[in-house]
Design a protein around this ligand. Structure first.
Ligand SMILES: Nc1nc2[nH]cnc2c(=O)[nH]1
Ligand SMILES: [Zn+2]
Length: 454
């Protein structure tokens, strides 16, 4: 960039201190005494060394009043990406974890989701889940809503109002043998999906996009899957669903779609595997199926809390990475009981340790790798890595200002820790009390501003 171009960028604010992020090459890159400038459009205008601040201030023409210095216990990290969360299920998060998946859907998920035709109820729950996840540091969320178009649109509006980057899906299901009233006709599901997409796009929310959302193969007919594949293709949209979460589900999919070679093949056949597809779970995928993910560019959302809570299975993360399949972390609320990606970071490591206990050759996931999955990995899994995921110049400033020694927080200050230990402690022990500020596309979204503060 020429100096004259730089001078035309208007700098909104600058932070000086420690920045920690992931790159393709390095899971944890630490930039100590760095300066990062955010322009008035919310993009990262520059990242430099603290000692070069004077020079940067001349090049980018900002005054010292725009610079905020972090303390020695603080650092910035990229905002976290929740690649899979069910917003309506937040209403019963932390309960109902006593049965396996298909029984759980019938007993808890479907009856609760059917209540979201009530817009007032939806408004109350969706406000809570957006606020809670933002406070927990989720700057990007990939949401399932319910089959109801208007309340799904409301979720998009609430995410936009609070400034969260979000993919929002109106759930599609034209088959439901367990809760008969919680399903749509094939035609309604197709038509309402088209209406949902048109109305959400029409709002022109800068950070909220629609995502085509067949719930999973078991709840959709081939006719519906086919049309959803076409809708996604014609509008170049994201796609999300579930895959290979539980062995009984895999068996039933084989029975229901006998013409397909595998579960993955069912989605592939209907053009639902693209480089803008994210599939939750994948615990029981074969190598052949992973190769198809790689070939199509589709990604997986690893949801370890849910996989343990519903006794669904254990994803072999090493094998997924070996196949070069894009991978992010998901909370899968409420199959997963926690609405924090920090919890997913911890469970992902725990699960890989269980796999090591079973097979000592299995290489455990390091905290550095889990950090990358929670940030850059998630942005890649959602094909949003051109906009978010790390502190590359030109990306949006989606960031968490973390203070490991926040007064009243969960981490006791024993001695001064260097940045890498600070990050490790935050990932393993921290919570929202350590997250002083949350930024999405340069806008400070936490602490909440009036009149929405509670
Ligand atoms: N964990 C989980 N798996 C699913 N498969 C289909 N629907 C769901 C859901 O709501 N949660
Ligand atoms: Zn799910």
């Amino acid at each position: 960039m020429a100096n004259s171009d730089r001078a035309t960028i208007a700098i909104a604010y600058v932070y000086r201190g420690t920045f920690i992020h992931s790159t393709e090459e390095t899971a944890v890159e630490i930039l100590a005494d760095a300066v990062l400038g955010v322009d008035t459009k919310g993009k990262i205008a520059f990242m430099g060394k603290g000692k070069d601040l004077d020079e940067l201030s001349q090049t980018f023409r900002f005054s010292s009043s725009k610079v905020t210095q972090l303390t020695q216990h603080e650092f910035f990290m990229p905002g976290m990406v929740d690649t899979h969360i069910h917003a309506p299920q937040y209403s019963y998060a932390g309960t109902a974890l006593n049965v396996p998946l298909l029984q759980w859907l019938k007993t808890y998920a479907f009856p609760v989701e059917s209540q979201f035709s009530d817009l007032e109820f939806a408004h109350r729950i969706y406000t809570k889940v957006v606020k809670r996840t933002l406070r927990n540091g989720t700057t990007t969320a990939c949401y399932f809503a319910t089959i109801h178009t208007d309340s799904s649109l409301l979720l998009g509006q609430i995410a936009n109002d609070f400034g969260q980057r979000a993919l929002v899906g109106k759930v599609c299901m034209d088959r439901n043998n367990c809760v008969k009233h919680y399903k749509e006709t094939t035609e309604d599901s197709q038509e309402e999906t088209r209406r949902f997409i048109a109305e959400l796009l029409n709002k022109k929310y800068p950070l909220v996009k629609p995502v085509v959302t067949p719930r999973f193969a078991l709840s959709c007919t081939g006719a519906l899957l086919e049309e959803l594949g076409a809708i996604a293709k014609n509008n170049n949209l994201h796609i999300q669903s579930h895959i290979s979460e539980n062995t009984k589900e895999v068996r039933l999919v084989k029975e229901m779609f006998p013409e397909s070679k595998s579960y993955t093949d069912v989605y592939h056949k209907y053009n639902l595997l693209t480089d803008k597809t994210v599939m939750a779970h994948g615990c029981h995928l074969s190598d052949e199926e992973l190769a198809l993910f790689r070939k199509t560019g589709a990604s997986l959302s690893h949801c370890p809390n849910s996989n343990i809570s519903l006794c669904s299975g254990m994803l072999n993360v090493r094998n997924v990475l070996k196949h070069k399949v894009k991978l992010g972390l998901g909370t899968d609320v409420a199959g997963g009981y926690s609405a924090s990606v920090l919890d997913a970071v911890r469970r992902a490591q725990d699960m890989s340790k269980i796999l090591t206990l079973q097979n000592p050759e299995y290489d455990v996931l390091t905290f550095e790798e889990a950090f990358r999955l929670a940030t850059l990995g998630g942005s890649q899994a959602l094909s949003l890595d051109d906009q978010t995921g790390n502190f590359e110049v030109g990306k949006d400033f989606d960031a968490l200002r973390v203070n490991v020694a926040a007064p009243g927080g969960p981490i006791d200050l024993i001695q001064y820790d260097g940045p890498k230990i600070q990050l490790e402690k935050f990932l393993n022990l921290g919570d929202d009390r350590n997250i002083l500020e949350v930024f999405v596309a340069g806008r400070k979204v936490v602490p909440f501003t009036e009149p929405t503060a509670e």
